[in-house]
Write a protein that binds this ligand. Structure first.
Ligand code: NAP
Length: 252
C-alpha cells in the first residue's frame, strides 16, 4: 500500500517519532518528500528513526517530552532554526498506557497518561499552530492526532488511557472548528491494535485482543501511517474534525 503524496518543500513535526506508529509516519512522510523533525522523549529511538529515513541529513531528531511546555517550545524553536522553516504538518503521536483497574488507579498514574496523551497533544498543537499563523503559513497546514478506538469503546483496566483518547477526539473536533477558516485542517485517527512495542502484552492478552478482531491480526504501523499521510495531504481537503478508524474491524 503506497500511494505517494507530494510533501516536497514541507516540514513535518512528528511526536513519538522514535518508535512504532510515529516511526512509520516519519518514514512515509520522508518517502513522500517532507523534511521531518523526529521528536520523542526517547532520543535514541528518534535517532534510530532518523537513520532509517530517506536522505537522513534532510531531517533532524530531537528529545522532546510533550507534557513539558518548555521542552515543546524548545523543540519547535530548534526545528525552525535547523530546518530554516516552520512545520506546517504536525502529527501528535506520542502516547503511552499505564494499565490498572480503575478502583486501584492512583492519581499519579491517572494524571501521567492524561498529561502525555491529552495535555501533550494540546501543548504541541497550540505551539505549532500559533507558529504557522504568526508566520502566515497556515494555508495548507494540517494536523493529525493519533487517538485510539478505545476513546470510543472504552477499555477495561485502561480507563485513563481510553479517557485521554476520547479527549483527543473531542479536542480534534474543537480545534478543527476554530481553525477551519485559517487554512489549517485538523483530523484524527482511531487505530485498533497495531503491532508496536506498546502492545508487547502477555500472550493470553494478545489472544483475547485477536479474538475480537475479524481479520484475526494486529495492524501494521505502516497501515496507520498511510492514513496519516492522506489526512495531511491535499487529497483530504474536505476532511475536517474527522476521526477515522483504522482497526481491521476491531470492536466494531
Ligand atoms: P510506541 O511504539 O510505544 O511509541 C510511542 C512513542 O512515544 C515511544 O517512543 C515513547 O517513548 C514516546 N513517548 C512516550 N511518552 C512521551 C512523551 N512524554 N513525550 C514524547 N514522546 C513520548 O507506541 P505506538 O503503538 O507506536 O503508539 C503511538 C500512538 O498510537 C500512541 O498515541 C498510542 O496511544 C496510539 N495507539 C496505539 C495503538 C497500538 O495498538 N499500538 C492503538 C491505538 C492507538 P518511550 O518508549 O520512551 O515511552
Amino acid at each position: 500500500m503506497s500511494s505517494k503524496n507530494d510533501f516536497s518543500g514541507k516540514v513535518a513535526l512528528v511526536t513519538g517519532g522514535g518508535s512504532g506508529i510515529g516511526r512509520a509516519v516519519c518514514q512515509v512522510l520522508a518517502r513522500d518528500g517532507a523534511r521531518v523533525s523526529v521528536c520523542d522523549i526517547n532520543l535514541k529511538g528518534a535517532e534510530e528513526t532518523l537513520g532509517s529515513l530517506k536522505n537522513p541529513s534532510d531531517h533532524i531528531a530531537l528529545c522532546m517530552d510533550v507534557s513539558n511546555k518548555e521542552q515543546v517550545h524548545d523543540g519547535l524553536r530548534v526545528t525552525q532554526e535547523k530546518m530554516k522553516a516552520t512545520p506546517t504538518l504536525l502529527v501528535n503521536c506520542a502516547g503511552l498506557g499505564r494499565p490498572a483497574p480503575f478502583l486501584e488507579m492512583t492519581e499519579e498514574r491517572f494524571m501521567h497518561v492524561i498529561n502525555v496523551n491529552l495535555k501533550g497533544t494540546f501543548l504541541v498543537s497550540q505551539a505549532v499552530c500559533k507558529a504557522m499563523l504568526d508566520r502566515n503559513e497556515a494555508k495548507g497546514g494540517a494536523v493529525v492526532n493519533i487517538a485510539s478506538v478505545t476513546g470510543k469503546t472504552g477499555l477495561a483496566n485502561n480507563s485513563q488511557y481510553a479517557a485521554s483518547k476520547g479527549g483527543v477526539m473531542a479536542f480534534t473536533k474543537s480545534c478543527a472548528k476554530e481553525l477551519a477558516k485559517t487554512g489549517i485542517k485538523v483530523n484524527c485517527i482511531m487505530p485498533g491494535p497495531i503491532r508496536t512495542p506498546m502492545l508487547a502484552f502477555p500472550q493470553e492478552i494478545v489472544d483475547e485482543f485477536l479474538s475480537r478482531n475479524p481479520l484475526g491480526r494486529f495492524g501494521e504501523p505502516e497501515e496507520v501511517a498511510e492514513m496519516v499521510a492522506f489526512l495531511l495531504s491535499e487529497k483530504s481537503n474536505y476532511f475536517l474534525g474527522s476521526c477515522i478508524e483504522v482497526t481491521g474491524g476491531h470492536d466494531m
